[in-house]
Every structure is written in structure tokens, then in C-alpha cells.
Ligand binder design. Sequence first.
Ligand code: TTP
Ligand code: MG
Length: 361
Amino acid sequence: MDRLRIVAHVDMDAFYAAVEERLRPELRGRPLVVGADPRGGAGRGVVTTANYLARRYGIRSAMPIARAWRLAETARRRGEPATVFVRGQPARYAEVSARLMAMLAERADAFEEASIDEAYLDLSSLGSFERAAEHARALKREVGEREGLTCSVGIGPNKLVAKIASDADKPDGLTVVPLGAVQAFLDPRPVRVIPGVGPKTELRLSARGIRTVRDLRAVPLLQLVDWFGRWGEDLHDRARGLDPRPVSNVWEPKSVGAQETFETDSRDPAFLVARARALAREVASRLVAQGFSAFRTVVLTVRFEDFATVTRAWTAPAPRSGEEALFQAALRLLLPFLDHRENPQRRRLRLIGVRAERLLR
Ligand code: TTP
Ligand code: MG
């Protein structure tokens, strides 16, 4: 028999808005919208997120910012607190996210970062849902103490149920759905709670009178496949709370790089080394901002004055981190272009680029 699986899904509450409130205490306790400039109701663009006080006015993620501004104005006119609109600082959110993810990853058998503010933790080794709930309470305390933020946690026998559970009691919630309680938990909920069921599927289902997960579960597999094809099979499983996907952090084949085209082509070593240093600094800070702690491969791109372009890569025997390590690797790749080794015709350089690959969190 399969071992009992216990999966937790952690989702930060009003994440960007909560980070803003922590960075700027004067915003605390006020309705807050992170997003485009409202420009007195004439702004274009949308709401990125809103804190829970602003959500009371009906303001939501992805709503046009002008509409959010009108909702805020309406609330203000009936005597409610005025709403603050801020632009947002993506690099700060990425920094906080990286710290949170590192902390959560240490407290699970397996870990999967699902987005900037949500993660799955495999807690099967704790052996019971009660112990997993206790662990989750401790995690929530720690997130509060370390970052001054709240999150909502769902615990279930798989990722699907954990994800739906984390959304069931927001903000600052903890919802535990043991294996035997899955169907009772899901059945009364609207089909929309199932990940993957967006407005389109919801509409097609409601046109057939299917509104709750219970309604959906009553539809035979063949019928769902007839309506939705392959997606119908997934729907059939999801209505039953079934989800075999393991919690695992897939290797991200990502790279982070920067390049610079010079005002004038150059063969001046002092200038080129200084530019390589600046590029290494930029790449290193973006690695941190995107939550990466180390790299193994450094790629240097050189474009000559005649536009001929070459790349050279070097892979470290073990992960490295920091601007200095990145710079040293880039320098080692660059120097041969300053002499006969890679540049016998003494061509000037038009551009150099530095890229880090094989990144680790
Ligand atoms: P969510 O977890 O969807 O939202 P949230 O954390 O703001 O609020 P909740 O308490 O309901 O979880 O998204 C996390 C962050 O991702 C959010 O703070 C801002 C960003 N985001 C976008 O940039 N665009 C979007 O459309 C959404 C929904 C979120
Ligand atoms: Mg969130």
C-alpha cells in the first residue's frame, strides 16, 4: 500500500501589498492598492494586488486601475478610509520571496516553489495530519516573526487539495483536509475552486447546470471527455480530489545575463575590464533579486567591430556565488580577447555580455 501523503500549500496573504506595508509602516492599517498609476481615474493599466482593507471596497487583482480608483472614491465619499495607491517594487518582493522560500524549503521533505508567493511542502514524514497542522502553525509563527507577514496554509493528501484548502480561509488561515474529509470538503464548493477551471470552463459547465464540485462529480467520464477532450479526464479526477503529481522542484533551465554595447568600439583593457566588472555586478544583483543563491556556468559574449560574435563558457567544479566570483570567471574568459589568443587581428570590441547559467536557489 502507498504511504500516506501529506502536502501543505503555503500562499502569502496580499503579498505585494503586505510587503509594502512592512517596508512603509505609515501605510499600515490603510486600504492599499499596488498597481498602475490611477491618475485621478484616468490611469491605464491594472491592479496588481490590493490588501484586504481595499478588497472590502471590491478592488481586486487584474481590475482596471481606473475602476479601482472609482471604487475607492465611492468608499471615501461614504466616509470610509481613503485608499493609498502605490506603484510596486518588484525587486523587493523577489528578495522577500527568496528568503521565505529558503526558509520553507528547509522545513519539508520535498519542496516546490509554485510562484513568487506560494509553495508546496511535502510533510509526509510527519506521519499524521495533526502533526502536519502543528508544523504549519509553527511555520506561520516563524513567517510572522521573521518577515512580519501572514500566510494561509492548506494541508491535504495531495497538491490539488492542499491548494484549494489554502484558499478556503484567507487571510492568515489554516485549513486541514485529511484524506477521509476530501469529498465533503470539495463537494459544496463552486467548480471554480478547481485549479484550471477558469471563466470559460465555468461558463460551459454552468450552461449544463453544473455549478458545484458535487454536480461535476456526477458527470460520467465519457461525457466530460466528449465535452472537453483530454481536459475532461483531468476534470474527472480533480472533482474527486485526485492528484498524483509529486512535490518537486524541477530544475529551472534559466539564465541571468546582461550585455552592453559601447559608445565607441574599444580595445582598451582598463575600459573593458571595468565594463566586465559592471556587468558582473548587475548580473549578481539580479541573481539575488530573482532568488538565486549560486551559479555554475558563466558565459561571455564578445562582438567585434565587424559584428563577428563569439561566446565562451566556463563551468565551475562546484557552485559559486557573488559578484567577485562572477567577475573572476568573466575576466578569465575575456582576457584572451585582449591579446593574440582570441584576437590575433587586434580587432576592437563592440559589445560584451556576461551570463550566469546552471542556477541554484
Ligand atoms: P496571489 O497569491 O494571487 O494574490 P495575493 O498574495 O496578493 O493575495 P491573496 O491573499 O489572495 O493570496 O498573487 C501573489 C502576488 O502576485 C500578488 O501579491 C501580486 C502578484 N500578482 C500579479 O502580479 N498579477 C496578478 O494578476 C495576480 C493575481 C498577482
Ligand atoms: Mg497570495
